[in-house]
Structure formats: C-alpha cells, structure tokens
Design a protein around this ligand. Structure first.
Ligand SMILES: [Zn+2]
Length: 566
C-alpha cells in the first residue's frame, strides 16, 4: 500500500509546533493534534463536522447563498476572482458550512467556519448562511452550535460586511427570546467582527485548546500601543483567566462535552412539564423542629460553621449532585475563584448550581479568597442565574462566605452594585431558586445568592448581618466580646427559622457536618428534593409573586416573630 503511495509529502507532515515528522494517518487518527507536542492544527470545516457530530447525522442546509460582490470591489484582483480561487482551493462554496446534526443523540443546528476560505472572513453570504442556520434552530426548537474561525470582517464587501455582525446577532437574539441554547466553540483564530458578535454572545462559550480570540489582533495592538504583549496573550487560558470563556476543551474531548451541554438544553422546565405528581407541600415542614433542636451555644455554632473540615460547595457537587460541568467567567474580565457554578443533576434533574467556595487547607482557602466573592464572582453568579432562567433550569445556591470581598480592587469594580444587581435579579428570576446556607452566611455577600423561594440552613450553619467579631468591635468595648455578640445576633438556624428568615433546618449528623460529610450530603440532597420538587410545576409568575411576598413580610418585623417569642 505504501509502495503505491504518490509521494513522501502526502504520507508525512512536519508539526508546526515541535517540528516532529508525523505520519499523516497517525495525525488524522489523533484528530490532527500533534501526538508529540499537543499542537491543535487548524481543521477544514468538513473535517471538523465529522469529528464533532454523530456519524452520518449531518444534513447540509438546503439553500445555497447567492453569489455576491455587492460593491464591485477590486484590489490587485477583482473580488470575484478571489472567491473563485477560494472555492477551488477548499471545495467549499463559502467560508462556512451549515446544517443540522445530532451530537450524542441531541439534535442541533450547526455552522462551522473554515479559515482556509478567505481567512474565514464574515461576508454577506457567510452572515446569511449563519443566520439561516439560527433560523433553522428556532424553527425546529433545537440548540445552535457555532464553530468559529475567522480573521474578522470581509473588507471586499465594505460596510455590508460590518452589518453581518448585526444580522447574525439578531438571529441569536431570537434564540435567546425563545429560550433555546446557543453554544459557540472558539477555534484558532477567532478575531474581529466574528469575535465581537456571535462567537462571544452565545450562552456558552467554549475555547478549543490552542485557540486565540480577541477583537483586535496582536499585530494591530503592538502597532497601536508600541508595546510588547504579555506571554500567552489572547490564548484560551488567557481568555479563561479573564472570564471570557466558560471552559477550555482539548479537541479529543469536544464532542463529549458538546453532547453533555446539548443534553441539558432539552430538559428545561419548558421542555419537560413533568406529569408525575410533585411531592406534597407538606414536604416543606421543617425537617428539624427548631423549638426542639438541641440548643447549642451561638458562639460554638459559629466555630462549627467555620470549621475547615466542613464540606465545601465543590464537595457537595461531588456528593449531593451528579455530573457537574463547571462554567467560568463573568464575560467582563474576571473569573472569581470564590464562586463556583455550573450545570449539574440532582436525582436525574438538570439544574444550575452556584455556590461560594472555601477550602480545607490554608493553601486552598487562600486560592479561593476564603470564599469572599469579588464583583467578578457576583457577576459570574448573575450570568449563570440568567442563563438558567433562559433555558428553564431551576437554580440551587449554596451559601458559605464570611462576606463579600472587602478589598480596594473590589470597590473599584463596583462591589456594592454587583451585589445589588444579584438581589434585584433574583427578585425577578422566572425559575425556582432554592438556597442552602451550608456554613457561614455572611451579610450582603450571602444574600447576593440567597433571595430564594426556599431558604434552607444546615443545623450548625450561621447567617448574619455582620460577623460576631465585627459586631463586637463596633458595639462592645473590644473584640473579646464576640461570643456575646454571637448570642445577641440570633444567627443560628433555629433562631432564624423562628424569625422566618429561614424556612427549614437541615439536620447535621452527630457532632457536625465536618464529622460525617457523606451523611450531610445525603441530608442536603433530601432537603433539596423535598423543597425543589413542589416548585417545578409552579408557573413562573406565581413563583416570582410568592418570592416577593416572602421577602416583603420582613418590611415590618412582626412582634410575635421575635426570637424566643413562640
Ligand atoms: Zn508537535
């Protein structure tokens, strides 16, 4: 077989990353990722499609775009000549290949760009084809997947090329309004008009390993600023660190990751009006009768709530929930490590889980900013709440924070407004929200995740307007009065249940959650199911009305509700 092969060049190729000589078939088997250095070589659109979708499932869109040279552009060559050459070189009609397919059994519409075709530039025909693909998604009620590779606008089509950013964005807007998921996969390179429209306005933005994305290209930036650029500028990892993408995915994992995400899309509240009867409302009766709960000293409870061995949000995501897919970034410039969030399943039901993340060791705690969210953390949470509402997923939040980050940087980035926006958005969110205060519920930072339909609290968690130390420092002569302050603040679960701030106390195992994380995880799961299931069939309007009533009643604290007044 090899004896009849035409020439050495077609059998072997040299890696652009490490210069290793690679057997072509081996490279192809490895999805065109260099087995030596991991370089992801650029893929032609047909290859990309065959790698991503279920075999044989791709159906190209029926309509062909009309030939366009809208402004009769000529540089050294007339534009039509360049088009003809690109068609001959690539075997494609345009710089994008569009159709419908299934990925992991889930249907979607997809548009895959091809950088070989005039640099994947966004001309009128490309815009038209992607728009039609989005319209197809809308018509069929399926998610839209966009794989981008582009240098930007197609200057040979002048301002009409620029308009494509708006044309495609409008089609994306219609999908948003319809609650249909959009996913973009950034591949190398994605720049200019494509980056500044549909590549980054999708609900979920994945970056393939090795992809670079930005509005302005590095050469332009260097020219304009006269400065050298930082190492790794605009790479996938850079984008993740700066909150621009949800995740970085190596090519070999892309299909599976897409399959997971598309599977979620078909399961939202709108998609699955469950006919099986929800758990009876009596499930909302307190699991622990607050008046009979063993009385523990408030200060001792504070210490239990802060215990480093207490399960964290990521622990619960491992134990209480299944199939967690973490989503990153606020899309504005940051990814706060003190807030984690993403898609997960609870007893087979898809939902969005968002929580504060502390850690068990000093190193973990420091890396997570001790669970104190920055504005970027609050804005990541906000983005995920809104996404959940759009695609019809319930939201579960896990609260465990000493408070919002009190730094200078946080103030510069609008910490107060970030918290305020979360509280406001949760007051309007048209999807069920259940909160569990799992450790420390510290002030505004806690409430930014806790304006919920049901607010649960672990038995030895605390929830307070200020830390006992902070309160003591202000109202007592010194910090040593923290234990007295803890008692005076009524910050324990039984107290807050009596005040109506908390709806239900989730029992902890003997000792505390730190002594038996597994039993705690089971208790949290049980409590979540009992509280969430009855909410799933409540119409969004009613949910929001009830939620507002729930918090409205704190406007005039009832005398009879004072702690200990029962
Ligand atoms: Zn290599």
């Amino acid at each position: 077989m090899t004896a009849t092969a035409p020439s050495g060049e077609t059998l072997w190729s040299r890696c652009g990353g490490c210069a290793a000589l690679l057997y072509r078939k081996r490279l192809r088997r490895n999805l065109d990722v260099c087995p030596e250095c991991g370089l992801h070589t650029r893929l032609a659109a047909p290859e990309r499609i065959s790698q991503l979708v279920d075999p044989g499932s791709f159906r190209p869109l029926p309509d062909r775009a009309v030939e366009v040279d809208p402004i009769g552009f000529v540089d050294v060559l007339p534009y039509p000549h360049r088009l003809t050459a690109a068609r001959a070189d690539t075997g494609l009609a345009e710089a994008v290949l569009c159709g419908t397919a299934t990925v992991g059994g889930s249907r979607c519409a997809l548009a895959v760009m091809d950088f070989r075709f005039l640099g994947g530039s966004l001309g009128c025909a490309v815009g038209e084809l992607i728009t039609r693909t989005a319209e197809q998604a809308l018509e069929s009620g399926v998610p839209l997947v966009l794989v981008t590779a582009s240098g930007g606008a197609r200057m040979q089509e002048g301002a009409l090329s620029l308009m494509q950013m708006a044309t495609v964005s409008q089609a994306m807007a219609a999908l948003r309004e319809a609650g249909l998921l959009t996913v973009s996969v950034l591949t190398d390179p994605t720049y200019g008009g494509v980056a500044a429209s549909f590549a980054t306005s999708a609900d979920l933005v994945l970056a393939e390993s090795g992809a670079r994305m930005g509005f302005a290209g590095p050469r332009v930036i260097r020219q304009v600023t006269g400065r050298s650029l930082p190492e790794g500028f605009q790479t996938a990892e850079f984008l993740l660190r700066h909150g621009q993408v949800d995740m970085v995915v190596p090519r070999h994992a892309l299909r599976a990751r897409l399959a997971t995400l598309l599977a979620v899309a078909g399961t939202g509240r709108r998609a699955t009006k469950r006919s099986d009867a929800p758990a009876p409302p009596s499930a909302s009766a307190p699991a622990v009768d607050p008046s009979r709960a063993p009385a523990r000293d408030a200060w001792e409870t504070v210490r239990l709530a802060r215990h480093p061995a207490r399960p964290t949000t990521l622990d619960y995501l491992e134990t209480t929930f299944d199939g967690f897919t973490e989503l990153h970034g606020d899309r504005l410039g940051g990814d706060c490590p003190a807030v984690v969030g993403g898609l997960a399943r609870l007893d087979g039901r898809h939902l969005m889980v968002i929580g504060h993340q502390k850690g068990h060791t000093t190193a973990e705690l420091a890396a997570r900013n001790f669970g104190m969210a920055t504005p970027a953390g609050h804005r990541k949470a906000l983005r995920l709440m809104r996404l959940a509402a759009r695609i019809g997923l319930p939201v579960v939040t896990l609260v465990d924070t000493p408070g919002a980050d009190p730094g200078v940087d946080a103030e510069e980035h609008g910490q107060a407004a970030a918290i305020a926006e979360n509280i406001l958005t949760l007051s309007m969110l048209p999807t069920p929200v259940v909160t569990v205060v799992t450790g420390e519920g510290g002030s505004g930072g806690a409430l930014a995740l806790a304006v919920a339909d049901r607010v649960l609290m672990l038995q030895h968690a605390v929830y307070s307007v200020i830390s006992p130390e902070g309160c003591a420092a202000i109202l007592w002569p010194g910090r040593t009065a923290a234990p007295q302050a803890a008692r005076a603040l009524r910050l324990t679960a039984p107290d807050l249940c009596r005040l109506g701030v908390v709806d239900e106390v989730v029992p902890e195992p003997d000792g505390s959650a730190a002594d038996d994380p597994e039993a705690t995880a089971r208790a949290v799961r049980q409590a979540l199911l009992a509280n969430l299931l009855p909410l799933l069939d409540v119409p969004a309007v009613t949910l929001v009305q009830r939620r507002r009533r729930r918090f409205r009643r704190f406007g005039a604290a009832r005398a009879g509700a004072r702690a200990g007044a029962r």
